[in-house]
Design a protein around this ligand. Structure first.
Ligand SMILES: NC(=O)c1ccc[n+]([C@@H]2O[C@H](COP(=O)([O-])OP(=O)(O)OC[C@H]3O[C@@H](n4cnc5c(N)ncnc54)[C@H](OP(=O)(O)O)[C@@H]3O)[C@@H](O)[C@H]2O)c1
Length: 302
């Protein structure tokens, strides 16, 4: 298949491009700025989501598109300007791409868009699946509008899948990448009460599940991209400490997390989401890493 990928330079996108290429697919990377010296047409198309620029003619002949682009949500403190960037890069960027795909004489059959388990908000230990209603708060509102922004493509009968992604586990980036240094130094511990649920997925499974979503015509709409065994922050902390053979006895109380990270602490570190991958499981997806300890060992030790 000829597959367009936005956000291809990120943690997920770079692993996905490698996996797609190695299985014989042709990839076209939708990039915000063309690397100097690279010719157009060499598997690249360009766009500028911030100013609403995307030439639909560069998107012809696609079988599918995978849309991962968006301002990193944990890169900077959530000032009003940064929250606006997080939101607009997703909502306006998704609408721009969906409208461009919808305007084509022959749109691709499938559009797989990233979304996040943040859709469900802070829900204590409630078990959440794709039929659960949205939560409230900044991230929940962003995710709802982000998913809604793909509607122009769905209206043109493109099969749109919204992957509601959990915390992606990879040693070289994302949340785990940031946690490794304090854990290795033995200065990490439970955050807040430690009772908040964290829905996670190994990078390997996310790449595999994204390719599964491309090929499985019965999947459309929201699909939770999380492992079947979400854990509390306490379990996560203990398991990572065991994998790294380091103590995890220095807790970070909620007030300290809020002091250090501001509003992001409540949105990302203290919020509880216990999400099940119901649609993936019903459609026969088999996880390579359903259990946290094996996923962490694979991420950290391989
Ligand atoms: N990693 C996780 O734990 C996790 C969890 C839940 C959901 N997700 C979602 O999954 C998607 C991929 O995640 P990721 O971890 O690979 O993200 P990432 O490493 O932050 O990469 C995102 C990519 O988006 C593009 N981008 C960055 N800032 C942008 C902006 N302001 N406007 C438009 N594009 C921008 C960049 O690609 P170019 O420079 O090539 O444009 C970047 O490489 C994201 O939408 C993310 O929100 C990730």
């Amino acid at each position: 298949m000829k597959i367009l990928i936005s956000g291809s330079t990120g943690l997920v996108g770079s692993a996905l491009v490698d996996a797609l290429k190695s299985t014989g697919h042709e990839t076209v990377r939708l990039v915000r700025s063309r690397p100097s010296g690279t010719q157009s047409g060499a598997g690249l198309a360009s766009w500028d989501p911030a100013s609403g620029q995307l030439d639909p003619s560069s998107l012809q002949g696609l079988d599918a598109a995978i849309h991962l682009a968006g301002e990193n949500i944990a890169a900077k403190r959530w000032t009003p300007e940064q929250k606006n960037r997080i939101r607009e890069s997703r909502v306006a960027g998704t609408r721009l791409l969906a409208e461009a795909l919808a305007s084509l004489a022959n749109p691709p059959k499938t559009l797989v868009c990233s979304s996040a388990v943040g859709f469900y908000g802070d829900r204590a230990d409630e078990r959440l699946n794709e039929d659960s209603p949205p939560g409230s708060g900044f991230l929940a509102d962003v995710c709802r509008d982000w998913e809604e922004a793909a509607k122009p493509a769905a209206d043109r009968r493109v099969r749109v899948v919204h992957l509601r992604i959990g915390v992606v586990l990879a040693a070289h980036g994302g949340a785990l990448g940031k946690m490794l240094a304090p854990f290795r130094l033995g200065i990490a511990g439970v955050i807040g009460s430690g009772n908040q649920y964290m829905s996670w997925i190994s990078l390997d499974d996310l790449v595999k599940a994204t390719i599964f979503a491309l090929s499985r015509d019965t999947l459309r709409g929201p699909v939770n991209a999380v492992a079947p065994n979400p854990v509390t922050n306490r379990e996560f902390t203990k398991t990572l400490g065991r994998v790294l053979r380091r103590p995890t006895v220095l807790p970070m109380p909620a007030f300290a997390a809020r002091l250090a990270f501001g509003e992001m602490a409540d949105g990302l570190l203290l919020a509880s989401t216990r999400v099940e991958p119901r649609r993936l499981s019903e459609n026969g997806y088999r996880f390579s890493f359903p259990e946290l300890e094996a996923a962490l060992r694979h991420a950290v030790c391989s």
